[in-house]
Design a protein around this ligand. Structure first.
Ligand code: IPM
Ligand code: MG
Length: 363
């Protein structure tokens, strides 16, 4: 029997309640597909900070490194700890475990409403492959003459050949497995860039994209400046298949992507270390929403979708498909709607209904 050690870091705000839903779904698929999950929960986050003066213990990475996968709820509570400090928790796992791909599938499940008119289940089916360890998030910079009228801040983006190349290869490999049809006959990788203005970093990024593309003659190449890309995503979502983006651009366009999917309550991501040298980490991409903490009103779909991605990553393909089927079915039926969907069902009513569907559907 396969067995997986899963670490859960609920984090702040609604992190605890979404983690309960994650566990519910993990247990359901484990039962149905006869594998074991051993869950260990770690209470790091802003409350930990208030007690210990840091978000997590110094040996966090050592503690987590032998797990098969990680689930991260959500981190941050600006009333307790400034965001740029609390978010070091997520960023140090992404960087420390070399999770250089932030994989963000963007699909609209039937039955889910979106504020974007051109978004339908038929038109929205793409994946953003976001660089996740360097670029604009390299945390290199400094302050100078602070507190004087001559105060200066620098923040240097770092783009390396290795860093760009490996995430682009991942994007092209992914396009090969998808081979989306739509209006393009083969898979396509759109290069999200800004080389018209960023004359070093993004010109370099484009060069690496061109180099990598040469190894994938079967995949269509494409490029869009990030500002224009936000417009095209709204206007012609059906055009896109795989989009490869730098860390910051990927961050920005995936919040827009979340709206194509029906809102932040539906968007999930995987922080992937493709080589498997370290565990990968799965998370809903919404924030911690401290104002909803303990109220049971948030949507667990993004969390459940991230567990689906975790199953796929672990090679439990049937379990992953089962979650997908249950999600589609329950969202399409439209009986259960959380607050963000215009309904009044609770997080656990949605989670329980999806769990029941998983357990009762035929294998
Ligand atoms: C995300 C988030 C994070 C990011 C924050 C919380 C640091 O916005 O995962 O998209 O910027 O990467
Ligand atoms: Mg973001």
């Amino acid at each position: 029997m396969n067995s997986y050690d899963i670490a859960i870091i609920p984090g702040d705000g609604v992190g605890k309640e979404i983690s309960d839903e994650a566990v519910k779904i993990l247990d359901a698929v484990a039962e149905k597909y006869s594998f074991n999950v051993k869950i260990e929960t770690f209470g790091w986050g802003c409350d930990y900070y208030l007690k210990h003066g840091q978000m997590m213990p110094d040996d966090m990475l050592t503690t987590l490194k032998d797990f098969d996968a990680l689930f991260l709820g959500c981190v941050g509570d600006a009333n307790k700890v400034p965001d740029h400090i609390s978010l070091i928790l997520i960023l140090s796992i992404r960087k420390g475990f070399d999770q250089y791909v932030n994989l963000r599938p963007i699909r609209l499940y039937p039955g889910v409403e979106t504020p974007i008119k051109n978004a339908t289940p038929e038109t929205v089916d793409m994946v953003v492959v976001r660089e996740n360890t360097e670029g604009e998030y390299s945390a290199t910079g400094g302050f100078f003459k602070m507190g004087t009228p001559d105060a200066v801040a620098t923040q240097t983006a770092i783009f390396t050949q290795k860093g760009c190349e490996r995430v682009m290869r991942y994007a092209f490999d992914l396009a090969r497995t998808r081979k989306k049809l739509g209006d393009s006959p083969v898979g396509m990788v759109t290069n999200c860039t800004k080389s018209n203005a960023l004359n070093y970093s993004m010109v370099f990024w484009d060069k690496v994209y061109e180099q990598v593309a040469r190894d994938y003659p079967d995949i269509k190449t494409d490029m869009a400046l990030v500002d224009a890309l936000t417009m095209w995503l709204v206007k012609n979502p059906e055009y896109f298949d795989v989009i490869v983006a730098s860390n910051l651009f990927g961050d920005i366009i995936t919040d827009l992507g979340a709206m194509l999917q029906g809102g932040m309550g539906f968007a999930a991501g995987g922080n992937i270390n493709p080589e498997g040298d370290y565990p990968s980490m799965f998370e809903p991409i919404h924030g911690s929403a401290p104002k909803y903490q303990g109220k049971g009103v948030v949507n667990p779909v993004a969390t459940i979708e991230s567990i689906r991605m975790m199953m796929e990553h672990l090679g439990e393909i049937e379990a992953s498909r089962e979650i997908e089927t249950a999600l589609s079915q329950i969202l399409k039926e439209g009986r259960i709607k959380t607050r963000d969907m215009g309904g009044s069902h609770s997080i656990s009513e949605m989670g329980d209904t999806i769990k029941e569907a998983i357990l009762s559907n035929n294998k």
